[in-house]
Design a binder for this molecule. Structure first.
Ligand code: ADE
Length: 249
């Protein structure tokens, strides 16, 4: 079945380290998705909105404490300018800009958020750095605050890449076939189970052979084997997924 046409998803990334994005966005599916006009990725250097000779983007925390905090003014100004320029280029005021702050203080990222974001036309990702971002950005600028897991990274750049990557592959027409999304771990179609194990040629590698049923040609048995194997795998490696209240979906 032909996939319905979707307008491109535009990602705007606000960062102090634009060069970090060069490699990951210029290879494989992310490159193809951009070449095909399915997604547009704009990288903006936060320092371009910093004022003064020093182009200062950070300052000491009020009340003391270690490290430096990203100042609010350059971030608020940048978000305003990027939002306005997107609206101007798109010429459609209905195209809302969805502002996300990447921060370990945010809600944990999951597949449900990925699916929601793939239907939004402009996603603006703010990459935090240093000891943190002035909390007025968290409270008054970001519409969503996202952590990609319970660990602290050096900044929001790698989390931003993860969001761009995971959302892009949800955009219609980016995967070779819409079928590839089916049966995948964390997709609703697997009812919350990990994907079944997959194998390819050779059927015997140095004495390690693939389950016989997969080469039998019996599709009914293959389907049953995959269902059982998915359940077994989930029980062993991700028993938390079997608890439907776990919040992953
Ligand atoms: N910045 C630093 N650590 C992070 C995390 N786990 N998620 C999102 N942004 C971050």
């Amino acid at each position: 079945m032909a996939t319905p046409k979707q307008k491109p998803v535009t990602f705007s990334i606000l960062t102090l380290f634009p060069k970090m994005f060069k490699g990951p966005f210029s290879e494989s599916m992310l490159k193809r998705a951009q070449d095909d006009g399915k997604v547009i990725i704009n990288i903006y250097n936060l320092r371009d909105w910093a004022e003064g000779k020093q182009k200062q983007v950070d300052d000491e925390p009020f009340g003391g404490g270690p490290g430096m905090v990203l100042k609010p003014e350059p971030i608020f100004k940048a978000v305003k300018d990027i939002t306005e320029s997107y609206t101007k280029i798109r010429g459609n005021a209905e195209d809302h800009t969805h502002v996300i702050l990447l921060t370990p203080k945010g809600r944990t990222y999951n597949h449900r958020i990925t699916e929601k974001l793939s239907g939004i036309s402009h996603i603006l990702l703010i990459c935090g750095h240093y000891e943190g971002v002035d909390h007025r950005v968290f409270d008054h600028l970001a519409e969503e605050r996202v952590s990609i897991g319970n660990y602290i990274l050096t900044g929001g750049e790698i989390p931003a890449m993860i969001i761009v990557d995971s959302v892009t592959r949800q955009v219609n027409g980016v995967l070779g076939s819409e079928m590839s999304k089916e049966g995948e771990s964390f997709s609703f179609t697997t009812k919350g189970l990990l994907k079944y194990p997959v194998y390819t040629r050779p059927d015997d590698y140095e004495g390690i052979s693939v389950p016989e049923v997969l080469t039998s040609g019996n599709h009914k048995e293959i389907e049953q084997w995959r269902k059982d194997a998915a359940e077994e795998l989930t029980k062993e490696y991700r028993p938390d997924l079997l608890d439907r209240k776990s919040g992953y979906f």
